[in-house]
Design a protein around this ligand. Structure first.
Ligand code: PEP
Length: 251
């Protein structure tokens, strides 16, 4: 089945305000009327509203990098799904490996975040992936199965209609190491088959599964040519309008 490619740009905790707005302008100029792959950028919280205003009326969506599970109240420093939604932002990352490793988001919390995002009408990108030691000990598929089962089992296919999954081997994030297209394809095919077992073949067939981990203009085309790789989640190379645009065009 032909799935529309989706390229995400995770800006993480990078860029001052001026640089973020310059990047948004650069993307608007290059990709504003692009009709191929869909793109989504994930700026830091303070930039969400101005970046989405700058990108309004162009074909680039804006998402938050995380959300808190509570709707409101005494949760200093936290940002809720309804707050994100109320400023016109449409997408959100859930379970990024840096949230899991640095902030302690475990599978149970990631599952709650996914539920809250869906309930708020945000389009979630669920990030999954194994560490280097998990891969070396042959646990890649067991880890992915645990992450997927925990996040998805509470939902029907209809409730997960907007879901995007990003397979991001932790050993390839920000390291310059990339899974080979064959390594990534093997995992993506496994993820699709497992999702099919959980939610049915038509859901799995339509599900966009992104690859993430040191994707660059030089390796994007080969990764994106694989039959089960439907896009990319890009960190470092999303911080320059030129390189992000090249990746979107490669899709
Ligand atoms: C990411 O943060 O999701 C990511 C894949 O980063 P990088 O492209 O820098 O490896």
């Amino acid at each position: 089945m032909a799935r529309t490619a989706v390229i995400g740009g995770n800006w993480k905790m990078n860029l001052d305000f001026e640089a973020a707005m310059e990047l948004a302008s650069g993307l608007r100029n290059r990709l504003g009327s692009h009709r191929g792959a869909a793109s989504i950028v994930f700026p830091a919280f303070p930039y969400l509203r101005p970046v989405s205003k700058r990108l309004s009326e162009c074909n680039i969506s804006v998402g938050a990098q995380d959300l808190h599970v509570e709707a409101k109240g005494a949760f200093t420093g936290a940002v809720s799904a309804t707050m994100i939604k109320s400023i016109g932002v449409t997408h959100v990352l859930v379970g990024h490996s840096e949230r899991r490793a640095v902030f302690g988001d475990d599978d149970a919390l990631v599952a709650r975040k996914l539920t809250v995002a869906l309930d708020a009408g945000l389009v979630p990108t669920l990030c999954i992936g194994e560490t280097q030691s998990e891969r070396e000990s042959g646990d890649t598929f067991a880890v992915l199965q645990r992450q997927l089962d925990s996040a998805l089992r509470a939902h029907t296919a209809a409730a997960l209609d907007s879901l995007i999954v990003a397979y991001e081997p932790v050993w390839a994030i920000g390291t310059g190491l990339t899974a080979t297209p064959e390594q990534a394809q093997e995992v993506h095919a496994w993820v699709r088959a497992h999702v099919s077992a959980l939610l049915g073949p038509s859901f799995a067939d339509a599900l966009p599964i992104q690859y993430g981990g040191s994707v660059k203009p030089t390796n994007a085309a080969a990764l994106l040519a694989q039959p089960d790789i439907d896009g990319a989640l890009v960190g470092g190379a999303s911080l320059k309008a030129e390189s992000f645009t090249e990746i979107v065009r490669a899709a």
